[in-house]
Write a protein that binds this ligand. Sequence first.
Ligand SMILES: C[S@@+](CC[C@H](N)C(=O)[O-])C[C@H]1O[C@@H](n2cnc3c(N)ncnc32)[C@H](O)[C@@H]1O
Length: 221
Amino acid sequence: MKVDVLTLFPAMFVGPLDESIIKRARETQRLDLRIHNLRDYAHDRHKTVDDRPFGGGPGMLLKPEPIFEAVEHLGRPESRVILVSPSGRTFNQAIARELTQLEHLLLISGHYEGFDDRIREQLADDELSVGDYVLTNGALPVMVIIDAVTRLLPGVLGDDESAHEESFSQGLLEYPQYTRPADFRGMKVPEVLLSGNHAEIARWRAEQAHLRTRERRPDLL
Ligand SMILES: C[S@@+](CC[C@H](N)C(=O)[O-])C[C@H]1O[C@@H](n2cnc3c(N)ncnc32)[C@H](O)[C@@H]1O
């Protein structure tokens, strides 16, 4: 998958996407990630990307010209252009899975008070939020989306890191898991997991996943 990111803060992307599974996905060309500085598409002396809102009000808005030019330059017919914004649909595992089907994502990170609305209306195919809170800029939401999508791309997770039985994969939270020692300070691992009876273990896990989901996230059921 090819992913282009448009941001005012390219340096924020150095580090989080250079470790572990995402690093490996990039090295094996499963993820072709490029970070672009929005200011490169501003042509005045000061590289201006923002301006005051018409009608007054606090803060500054990202101007349409640099973002339109960047999308015209980086976009292709098959691209999905996604703005990250608190007003978007809330990102979740189903949307992450949906995005894995696409060849090219162009993710646009906001700053200040957000975007001139013509960018949303005319340029964006989609608008995603990472939750009901406001961050200072869109770099973290963009990285969250890239991470969640990349780990679902074919071949990115090894068998040990399989995405099949984790939280949300079957619409449920994950069942409780344990490792050695079987008895730690008197806290014992459930007997069934030590039984070697795979059918019993699978039944117990399914039951626990339902119980946990009903207790903590009944909205998922
Ligand atoms: C300070 S926020 C702007 C908030 C905007 N004035 C509002 O009330 O919705 C600056 C930028 O950070 C990003 N951002 C902040 N919180 C976000 C969230 N929960 N999900 C996705 N993007 C977010 C967006 O790109 C946004 O344009």
